[in-house]
Design a protein around this ligand. Structure first.
Ligand code: BJW
Length: 232
């Protein structure tokens, strides 16, 4: 079992907030993280949205506006290069709701926790591209109902496309985790599934994640150094 790119064909890469940190997008946990400034229970659960939609929509309006001013960094660019040139199966499973992988040029990207730049109509179930505010309860472009919410996965909701993710993990001979604390399931459990099925596992993170013991190899440092060094 090897984490060397020359020895593998099918790769799953899980990314988290740490890969976008050097682009200036806040992470969630740790010093300065979003959950230090906002209580999860107030802004990132369906119950919070039912209780105080304005607070939740403001929180997401602020973050939706912020990501549009940020740029991909060297780590996003390195993964885009890998994606473009990789002949085998490759899937970037991102927990991030920003679009920096796509803006760096990556194509094989799956957003398991949704996307800031989509609005989801809970009346007609259609997702529409969305860049502006949601707090004034605009009408759904599809059905006209004022039932739009951010298209993100809150605690207690099912992450997107889990079947597709597990299919890719089953085929993978290398599983790489980049910039995630390993605190949130089911994403945090993917390394164990990959490992149980025989894949080599590599972690690239600023500090050991909660699941560090499950990785064959851990490299510590900023993603903008570690990811290009791994890919190139
Ligand atoms: C750098 C760096 C640099 C910094 N370079 N690195 C008990 C046990 C197991 C599970 C549960 C449980 N109790 C509840 C659950 C389930 C729950 C859960 O996991 N809770 C845990 C907190 C315990 N999970 C869920 O509810 C999920 N759904 C689910 O399980 O459905 C099943 C189900 C549903 C219904 C019925 C039946 C079953 C849903 C989880 C949704 C998560 N949503 C969020 C918000 C998304 C929208 C938004 O953006 O607001 O997703 S929470 C937040 O955490 C966000 C992230 O994607 C996610 C993960 O965070 P991430 O990316 O790891 O960021 P950080 O900040 O934690 O870490 C950053 C890392 O980067 C750090 O390690 C740094 O060191 C590093 N770093 N700078 C490299 N420059």
């Amino acid at each position: 079992m090897t984490t060397d790119l020359n020895d593998v064909r099918n790769i799953v890469i899980l990314t988290g907030a740490g890969i976008s940190a050097e682009s200036g997008i806040d992470t969630f946990r740790g010093g300065g993280g979003l959950w230090e400034k906002h209580r999860v229970e107030d802004v990132a659960t369906p119950e919070a949205f039912a209780r105080d939609p304005e607070l939740v929509l403001c929180f997401y309006d602020m973050r939706r506006a912020a990501i549009q001013e940020k740029e991909p960094n060297a780590a996003h660019a390195a993964l885009a290069r890998l994606d473009a040139g990789w002949p085998g199966d490759l899937l970037i499973v991102t927990q991030n709701v920003d679009d920096l992988h796509e803006r760096a040029g990556a194509r094989r990207v799956l957003h398991m926790h949704g996307e800031h730049l989509n609005a989801w109509c809970t009346a007609c179930d259609v997702r529409s591209p969305w860049r502006d505010s949601l707090v004034d309860r605009p009408a759904c472009p599809e059905c006209g109902e004022r039932a739009l919410r951010p298209d993100v996965v809150w605690f207690g909701e099912m992450p997107y496309q889990m079947d597709r993710i597990y299919d890719a993990v089953r085929k993978a001979d290398l599983f790489v985790s980049i910039g995630t604390s390993g605190a949130v399931y089911p994403a945090a459990g993917l390394v164990r599934t990959a490992r149980d099925l025989g894949a080599a596992t590599l972690e690239l993170n600023l500090e050991p994640s909660q699941g560090s013991a499950w990785f064959d190899e851990t490299r510590l440092g900023p993603a903008s150094d570690l990811v290009p060094a791994w890919v190139d």
